[in-house]
Design a protein around this ligand. Structure first.
Ligand code: PLP
Ligand code: SF4
Length: 364
């Protein structure tokens, strides 16, 4: 383990203070390749990068294709041109109603809390907002008053589900988060408050008993996190999820299908089974969007469907996430349909490719 003077491993603020942000820092953890070093130099003035000592401790010192390194160390492909790539292909900015509210579906909204993350995942779907030094989805600034955002939610009674995301909302202190959550709880039509946070994976020490006890006062609170690889399921991450669960906060997982990281059945299966072992429910498997600076992680849709075919029916039903693509028209399922229809009724296909007929003449 490298020199980490004054670092208190179990203290999340100390982890943040000691984030790895220079080539020299990173060299203490891994044998940095010439390509990685060049990408780090190219990132200056363009893309943020930073890695918590905790997340860096999961890296393979010698293998530049280590899934932790691929997700967190800058790569030259981020600067390559890819046809069709856009900063905001899912249209967050199109549906933004106030500085922080993205209102795309009638009954639920995204609340962009911050632009900041402890680790800037190279594949971030909001890369323009989080990682790009010149970009932001905020209309004004992160520091702007929240009154307009709260007013918008309060004056739209159809909003029953509010999702705090960012960046990573848990970058904020418990006090600041409690101000936000308690305000939302005072709005009678807000039934569910959801938090999207990758800190169980990137900074599990952030999930303190005090934080969980604060959240518990405002139930129903749900938390969606973002494990992409079985290597990320460590005892610390498991403990963070367990703490949330013991405070009554259901923890679900949203993975992104990433080339060279989890785009094979064996890795995906081991990720999903690992999640069940720590009582985290797989929710979504996102197809990687064609986001500027992220396109090199994208796989084919056929690859994703092949993985889904290898999962459905072959493992525990609730280990299987929904494979979806996020678009300007919302999230759309991509996995193979197993229902075929003709004049005689339905033809169903099971997980082994066997066909079953449900005939119209039998009442189907
Ligand atoms: C994903 C998303 C939601 C939540 O969608 P669910 O399918 O309910 O998880 C809400 N608003 C926006 C803008 C989103 O992108
Ligand atoms: S933690 Fe989430 S919001 Fe932050 S960079 Fe990673 S994927 Fe993006």
């Amino acid at each position: 383990m490298p020199k980490t003077q004054d670092l208190v491993w179990s203290d999340w603020r100390s982890q943040l203070q000691h984030r790895i942000q220079t080539l020299e820092d990173l060299q203490q953890w891994v044998h940095v390749t010439p390509n990685e070093a060049e990408a780090i130099r190219a990132s200056a003035g363009k893309y943020r990068w930073s890695i918590t000592p905790y997340y860096a401790s999961l890296m393979d010192r010698d293998d530049p294709n280590c899934p932790i390194r691929l997700q967190s160390v800058p790569a030259l492909q981020e600067f390559q041109f890819f046809p069709g790539a856009e900063p905001d292909p899912v249209g967050d900015t199109v549906y933004r109603k106030t500085n922080r509210v993205v209102h795309k579906y009638p009954d639920r909204i995204v609340l962009l809390v911050t632009e900041v993350c402890a680790v800037y995942c190279r594949h971030c779907t909001r890369k323009f907002h989080t990682t790009d030094l010149e970009g932001t989805y905020f209309e004004t600034s992160e520091a702007a008053s929240w009154e307009q955002d709260f007013d918008y939610i309060a004056s739209h009674p159809e909003i029953r589900d509010v999702l705090l995301t960012g960046g990573d909302p848990l970058t904020y202190s418990d006090e600041k988060l409690e101000l936000i959550i308690s305000r939302l709880r005072k709005i009678p039509h807000v039934e569910v408050i959801r938090i999207g946070s990758r800190y169980p994976v990137l900074l599990p020490m952030r999930i303190t008993p005090a934080f969980c006890a604060m959240l518990e006062k405002y139930h129903p609170i749900w938390l969606n996190t973002h494990f992409n690889h079985p290597k990320e399921i460590t005892p610390e991450a498991a403990e963070a999820c367990d703490r949330l669960l013991r405070h009554g906060i259901p923890v679900q997982n949203q993975s992104v299908l990433l080339k060279g990281i989890n785009d094979d059945l064996e890795t995906m299966r081991s990720l999903l089974h690992g999640l069940l072992k720590i009582r985290v429910r797989p929710y979504y498997l996102y197809h990687c969007d064609n986001v500027t600076g992220v396109s090199h992680f994208a796989t084919s849709v056929e690859k994703g469907r092949e993985i889904m075919r290898g999962l459905m029916g072959h493992t525990t039903g609730f280990a299987v996430p929904q494979y979806i693509v996020t678009t300007k028209l919302g999230k759309i399922p991509l996995w193979e349909t197993q229902v075929h229809r003709d004049e005689q009724g339905y033809w169903l296909e099971n997980y082994q490719g066997e066909i079953l007929r449900l005939a119209k003449s039998d009442g189907y």
